[in-house]
Design a protein. Structure first.
Length: 298
């Protein structure tokens, strides 16, 4: 039987500066990056699909072709008067900074296309992030969570990376409130400790873990950059896994996104929690050793 994992969020046009001058165009975005790595890490009997919004212009068509060219099923809402979002990377003294054009992106309407989530069946997986919840139109947020909650009640596994981005929210209280509402409809949460400590004031990783367990998340995996990952699944004992340190990462873009993909691929195959986490660490270790979000490490 084929199972399906549907990632939900925003894929953007990426303009990355090149050493010889000019920019290289690509496509990336947190949930899309995870879908891209999932396709490379899951066996062929898993379908990987991506739900986002596009326009009817040439750039939207190129993005759609890129998604399907990566072996991912595009599940698209087409918004005729909108297009896809864009970001440009700037390099100054080796430091990267990002400029975004995403306020009218078609992806902001994606919650108005619940059909791909409604079609998920028991055994399938829905994957979304705090960025997904942040970018959808505020009046659509609750509907998105209700759709995910209904899927979960049917036996769909819901996985969530809080991916805290204060700049995408009107204020900290709003962000905290929606992130915990999103966690409350999820079976799996994949937070990163540094961001969580900043936004929620968690004293340690155990506090982050407990906060997500307290809203009903069964499996919580707390990442912490190069430091230990702390995780617990249900009532089993918590586990700690130490990533192999990369002392001089080249580019940490998509470290968490790639971790999530390799972790989920292992976890969904029924691997021991510590082995699935080790697979996440191994993939993200390779990804931080290369430039760019999408690194072909296979
Ligand atoms: P995010 O991109 O969400 O901020 P983290 O910084 O928490 O993610 O990192 C995710 C994973 O990437 C970590 O759990 C770890 O496995 C890996 N990682 C990140 N930085 C390093 C590093 N310097 N050396 C080895 N692994 C790393």
């Amino acid at each position: 039987m084929t199972n399906k994992i549907l990632a939900i969020g925003e894929c953007m046009v990426e303009m990355a500066p090149q050493a010889q001058g000019g920019y290289a165009m690509g496509f990336a975005g947190d949930t899309f990056n995870t879908a891209w790595y999932l396709r490379k890490n899951l066996p062929a009997d898993w379908e990987v699909a991506y739900l986002t919004g596009v326009g009817t212009d040439a750039m939207s068509e190129q993005m759609t072709n890129f998604i399907s060219g990566a072996g991912i099923t595009p599940e698209l809402l087409t918004v005729p008067d909108r297009t896809v979002g864009l970001y440009m990377i700037s390099l100054k003294d080796g430091e990267r900074s990002f400029s975004y054009w995403r306020s009218v992106a078609a992806a902001r309407k994606l919650a108005q296309h619940p059909a791909p989530i409604d079609a998920l069946e028991k055994g399938d997986v829905a994957y979304f992030s705090g960025i997904t919840v942040a970018i959808v139109e505020p009046e659509d947020r609750q509907a998105l969570l209700d759709t995910l909650s209904a899927a979960r009640a049917r036996g769909v596994t819901v996985a969530f990376d809080p991916n805290l981005r204060p700049r995408l929210w009107a204020g900290t209280d709003e962000m905290r409130d929606w992130i915990m509402k999103a966690a409350a409809v999820s079976d799996i949460a994949l937070p990163s400790f540094e961001d969580e400590a900043t936004v929620f004031g968690d004293a340690d990783k155990a506090a982050t873990l407990a906060r997500y367990q307290n809203v009903g998340v069964t499996c919580v995996v707390v990442k912490d950059g190069p430091d230990d990952v702390l995780a617990q699944n249900g009532s089993a004992a918590p586990v700690t896994v130490s990533p192999v340190l990369n002392p001089a990462p080249v580019d940490t873009t998509a470290a968490g996104d790639s971790f999530n993909a390799a972790f989920l691929a292992g976890h969904l195959r029924g691997e021991y929690l510590s082995l699935a986490i080790a697979a996440g660490c191994a993939l993200s270790h390779k990804v931080v050793s290369h430039k760019g979000a999408l690194v072909d490490v296979t």
